[in-house]
Ligand binder design. Structure first.
Ligand code: XUL
Ligand code: CO
Length: 438
């Protein structure tokens, strides 16, 4: 196998290629349904998993080193940034995402930390121009430091609320400067472990106020993109206030934030919540809150967030079907919130992992388009609800009936017949379209 250095650029070679460093299904410039594949998929690189993560797990230390031969903290982060943009270039990835602490050395001294942060934003801005790359979103890490042990905007301590505001303010300013089209608030520790020490109502109201202030400040400095919540049911806290799409939509509505706030849906978070990825995407869509995706997959045999690169094409197909139904990505995109396995510890593995993830979503897109063109799924669903197209059903949909009329109707109706849901048949249609082997 070639080495990382030897690979200049990963190109599309088509499905018969055996070159491990080529795309088999992702052809960025190919037009599908009137849009280039790269615009359908809007792939983004996650800085934390790709540039910083070194293979640490609960039982063992790093299995790789990403200091790039430097010892001075600023130099290390400059080299990391150089690597990040070179990697995106090799992989033909146009977008990236980061937490404030991913891109610059943060210490206990806030002034020094923000001097470092500002320096790195200048540095990254130049790289962005040089490589013609774009920021999809940034976010403040308000969960890692000890001060956030009891939450950030939901901390019982008002000083922590203020510190969280400072961090979001600085990160939002950077986001605007770098042209980010979204800003994410992932509420790592916005939740609680036991009611014995928790004032839930105050915590929820504080979180609502924090989000309102985030919106107001963002809009005041010219941020025109979408603010995003990223649902996750557990980890690190037992009860997260942003449990799933439905919970987040309810929260956004309660605090008057609909329109400004949308959702960033993560596959592995969906399954941790006991949902499918497509359920979470669909819930966001029907609430007009779909925006972006954190692509990855969990392991059904492990009960935690494993953040694996997505390779299950059945899942990527059903996800892309939902993305297409939502009208595609606008301000959002498809960020690989995924890390290579601890034993896949070389730079070549990073390329191979992204290629696997990008090709899996490219295949998902291709199959989803074929399913739409095939038409059998859509037609089945349309027919299943045809009783709402005329008569009493039409009146229900239009809101022109009431319980009196419905009761009279039901009393006279001697023949209530619900048609088969035909689940197995529909699953076989997906297999037929997906594996169309000739
Ligand atoms: C954590 C997670 C984060 C967010 C950004 O589970 O998904 O990486 O995407 O903070
Ligand atoms: Co995520």
């Amino acid at each position: 196998m070639k080495t990382y250095k030897e690979i200049k650029r990963v190109e599309y070679e088509g499905k018969d290629s055996k070159n491990p460093f080529a795309f088999k299904y992702y052809n960025p410039e190919e037009v599908i349904l009137g849009k280039k594949m790269k615009d359908h998929l809007k792939f983004a690189m996650s800085y934390w998993h790709t540039i910083d993560y070194c293979g640490v797990d609960m039982f063992g230390g790093p299995t790789e080193n990403k200091d790039f031969g430097e010892t001075d903290p600023i130099k290390i982060y400059e080299k990391k940034a150089d690597f990040a943009f070179e990697l995106m270039d090799k992989l033909q990835i146009e977008y990236y995402c980061f937490h404030d602490v991913d891109i610059a050395p943060f210490t206990d001294d806030l002034e020094e930390s923000y001097k470092n942060f500002d320096h790195m934003i200048d540095y990254i801005e130049k790289l962005q121009k040089k490589y013609n790359k774009k920021l999809l979103w940034s976010t403040a890490n308000n969960f890692g430091d000890k001060k956030f042990m009891a939450g950030a905007a939901t901390s019982p301590n008002a000083d922590v609320f203020a510190l969280s505001a400072l961090k979001v303010k600085k990160c939002l300013e950077a986001d605007v400067r770098l042209g980010g089209t979204c800003y994410v608030l992932w509420g790592g520790r916005e939740g609680y472990d036991t009611l014995l020490n928790t004032n839930m109502k105050l915590e929820l109201d504080n979180l609502g106020k924090f989000m309102q202030m985030t919106r107001d400040y963002g809009r005041s400095i010219g941020f025109n993109g979408d603010f995003l919540l990223e649902p996750k049911p557990k980890e690190p806290t037992k009860h997260q206030y942003d449990f799933d799409s439905a919970t987040c939509c309810n929260f956004i509505r309660t605090y008057g934030l609909m329109g400004d706030f949308k959702l960033n849906i993560e596959a592995n978070h969906a399954t941790l919540a006991g949902h499918t990825f497509e359920h979470e995407l669909c819930t966001a869509r029907v609430n007009d809150a779909f925006c972006s995706v954190d692509a990855n997959q969990g392991d059904p045999l492990l009960g935690w967030d494993t953040d694996q690169f997505p390779t299950n094409v059945y899942d990527t197909t059903l996800a892309m079907l939902e993305v297409l139904r939502a009208g595609g990505f606008k301000n959002g995109g498809l960020n690989f919130d995924a890390k290579t396995r601890r034993q896949s510890n070389t730079l070549e593995d990073i390329l191979l992992a992204y290629i696997a993830g990008m090709d899996s979503f490219a295949l998902g897109l291709r199959v989803a388009v074929k399913l739409i063109e095939d038409g059998r799924l859509d037609e089945f669903v349309k027919n299943r609800y045809k009783s709402y197209e005329s008569g009493i059903g039409k009146k229900i949909v239009e809101g022109t009936t009431d319980f009196k009329e419905l009761a009279d109707y039901a009393m006279k109706n001697k023949n209530v017949h619900v048609e088969s849901g035909r689940q197995e048949y529909l699953e076989s249609v997906i297999n037929e379209v997906m594996f169309n082997l000739k």
